[in-house]
Design a protein around this ligand. Structure first.
Ligand code: SAH
Ligand code: DHB
Ligand code: MG
Length: 222
């Protein structure tokens, strides 16, 4: 199997099951135009996040790592009227592109973007009284993954779904000698999950147009 095949199959899946949509496509093209890194979730991954939020009947979502707001739009579209999505982004340029993409998608009323390093903005999310969140999507700086997991737990309730992107990183996650701080951060996340009795977790490997990676899924126990 090759990257070419994975991309072709992603295109097939998207063609069949993920209809093109003006606001989502505009968010992607505006992100390219603004030279954001091309590390957003893929179209079919975005729809997966959306479906998981619907299964969860989520009314409140916390996202850590907005980029251009592509995953934000997919998640926010799963919310009912009166729902809320709080998304945290450190980079002011990314935040600006995301605000405009979220506005174009007609979601400014549901989405609150808080700018700044997430470990500095999370205390404000807590004191705003927005917790507990029904779903938390962690997709920011990987060295802080274990810290974000602790925050997700603090802002959760029994039944909250926690999703973490980039759980496999082309398989490098199994390499104990790996020095890349992003891989080490993800390994630290697995250690924290393994030691956490409040969570029931697994991870799924994925291939597609973004290469070989994966998601962690964890549910807060009753
Ligand atoms: N969830 C997005 C992709 C996020 S990429 C999507 O799928 O569409 C990761 C983002 O995390 C980048 O925009 C990066 O600027 C941001 N980030 C990096 N460090 C951060 C930090 N300490 N706090 C908040 N965001 C951070
Ligand atoms: C990177 C970050 C991501 O969130 C992602 O989905 C892919 C790559 C990165 O920092 O390399
Ligand atoms: Mg990611």
């Amino acid at each position: 199997m090759s990257q070419e095949t994975w991309t072709a199959v992603d295109e097939y899946i998207v063609g069949k099951l993920v209809p093109t949509d003006e606001a989502l496509e505009a968010a992607l093209s505006a992100s390219v135009e603004a030279e954001l890194p091309a590390i957003n979730v893929t179209r079919n991954q975005g729809k997966l996040l959306h479906l998981l939020a619907r299964v969860q009947q989520a009314r409140s979502v916390l996202e850590i790592g907005t980029l251009g707001g592509y995953s934000t739009i997919w998640l926010a579209r799963a919310l009912p009227a009166g729902g809320r999505l709080v998304t945290l982004e450190a980079d002011p340029h990314h935040a600006g592109v995301a605000r405009s993409n979220i506005e174009r998608a007609g979601l400014s009323g549901l989405v609150e973007l808080r700018e700044g390093p997430a470990l500095e903005t999370l205390p404000g999310v807590e004191s705003a009284g927005y917790a507990p969140f029904d779903l938390v999507f962690i997709d920011a700086d990987k060295p802080n993954n274990a810290n974000y997991l602790q925050w997700a737990l603090k802002l959760s309730r029994p039944g909250t779904l926690i999703i973490v992107d980039n759980a496999v990183r082309r398989g490098s996650v199994v390499d104990e000698q790996e020095t890349d701080p992003r891989v080490r951060g993800t390994r630290a996340l697995y250690d924290a999950l393994a030691a956490e009795p409040r969570l029931s977790a697994t991870a799924m490997q994925t291939v597609g147009s973004k290469g070989y990676d994966g998601f962690v899924l964890a549910v807060v126990n009753q």
